[in-house]
Design a protein around this ligand. Structure first.
Ligand SMILES: Nc1nc2c(ncn2[C@@H]2O[C@H](COP(=O)(O)OP(=O)(O)OP(=O)(O)O)[C@@H](O)[C@H]2O)c(=O)[nH]1
Ligand SMILES: [Mg+2]
Ligand SMILES: [Zn+2]
Length: 354
């Protein structure tokens, strides 16, 4: 593997001045995270890393743990393995409100210079949703750049109308229009990327974030999926956030499609279709049908036959995903409660020894 300098990973003088006592090889950047296991990268390569016990014990909330984009102090201990000793200076943190929970935040990534907010021209176009992403960026002091993707899927007239709507709503923002086949617009996107800066891709699932990342990299690093032709709906393809360094310089963070916040209230009226979906689902071949890909699904058939609108179907799936997500965070909370109890017990035992 070609080595990458700390500067190519986004290292700068501000970071250095905050921790000038550290050796160069103690610095590393978090490039991926999975359940408190991390991949970190520095000039010596990529390490599988875990956080040191003391960090876990003193951590008060999620912000005390490393996240993708963070700079951390590491101590390599084995071939390709390292311990994370501390999270270093953070310039900013991109976060959003967790679904269904007042006041609780979900952390997306840190140390970001600019964010590309991607939304596709052909479906789900919603200026309020774009605005919610813009607000997230402003809250974190990150400059948003708007990307209207899949321009090839709508007619010229429609595209013009969309572009005018966007300019009208966000006159102060940079706006790009992209389509896979058009190299000129990819070049234009590339020209926005500066050496040593970090760019984050945000937007709903299936809008083409990973596709753009791959086009920028000039290779298929991120997995992208064919959209089911029956419903024209993107599947959640990217499952983990990942930080990638461009060969020419510039750091990209690809994100899984971001689930909607508060879609329930803004989409009122759509619920009218729900009883129909409930009724249809009784005719699905499988009783546990998720109505997403199953053979013999009556809901998908109704969409294909034009009996159920695609918008209502997508809205149903979105709400369903939100709910699923909410339930899984609840389960996670319970698990955390358990591990917390275990931690308290360990600490107590530890104390008794003294
Ligand atoms: N026609 C057309 N299709 C596109 C374009 N960009 C992306 N796609 C297709 O859209 C689908 C989804 O693209 P992805 O890049 O996987 O979308 P994503 O935003 O990364 O999705 P998640 O990882 O699920 O969040 C793929 O089948 C792409 O080939 C485009 O400009 N035009
Ligand atoms: Mg993706
Ligand atoms: Zn079904």
């Amino acid at each position: 593997m070609k080595t990458i300098s700390l500067e190519q990973l986004g290292f700068n003088s501000k970071l250095y001045s905050n921790h000038s006592a550290l050796n160069r090889n103690e610095w590393a950047r978090v490039i991926a995270e999975h359940k408190e296991r991390y991949l970190v990268q520095n000039e010596e390569g990529i390490f599988e890393a875990e956080i040191m016990g003391h960090l876990r014990f003193t951590a008060e909330d999620r912000t005390d743990f490393p996240m993708v984009g963070d700079w951390v102090q590491i101590m390599p201990f084995d071939e390709g393995k390292a311990l994370i000793q501390q999270v270093l200076y953070r310039d900013n943190v991109l976060k959003r409100q967790a679904i269904g929970k007042e006041g609780e935040a979900q952390y997306i990534a840190s140390n970001i210079d600019k964010a590309f907010i991607v939304f596709s021209a052909n479906r789900d176009f919603n200026l309020n949703r774009v605005e919610r992403f813009v607000v997230l960026c402003y809250d974190a002091n990150i400059e948003p750049i708007l990307i209207l993707s899949k321009a090839d899927l709508v007619g010229d007239e429609e595209l013009k109308t969309l572009q005018l709507q966007i300019i009208d709503r966000f006159p102060e923002l940079d706006i790009l229009t992209t389509m896979i086949e058009d190299t000129a617009c990819i070049e234009q996107l590339k020209s926005k990327i500066q050496l040593d800066k970090t760019y984050c891709f945000l937007g709903s699932s299936g809008v083409g974030k990973s596709t753009l990342v791959n086009l920028l990299l000039g290779k298929d690093k991120m997995l992208t999926l064919e959209i089911g032709t029956t419903t024209n709906r993107g599947k959640h393809t990217t499952t983990h956030r990942e930080l990638i360094v461009m060969e020419e310089g510039g750091v990209l963070i690809d994100n899984p499609g971001i689930r909607e916040v508060g879609m329930t209230s803004s989409q009122s009226g759509m619920e009218d279709a729900f009883p129909l979906i409930m009724e249809l689902s009784e005719q699905c071949k499988f009783s546990d049908c998720t109505h997403q890909h199953e053979k013999g699904c009556a809901v998908i058939k109704a969409v294909n036959d034009g009996e159920l609108s695609e918008a209502a179907y997508e809205n149903y799936l979105r709400l369903h995903r939100e709910q699923e997500h909410y339930t899984s965070s609840e389960a996670e909370k319970r698990k955390k409660g358990k591990s917390f109890a275990k931690m308290v017990k360990t600490v107590k035992q530890h104390k008794q020894r003294f």
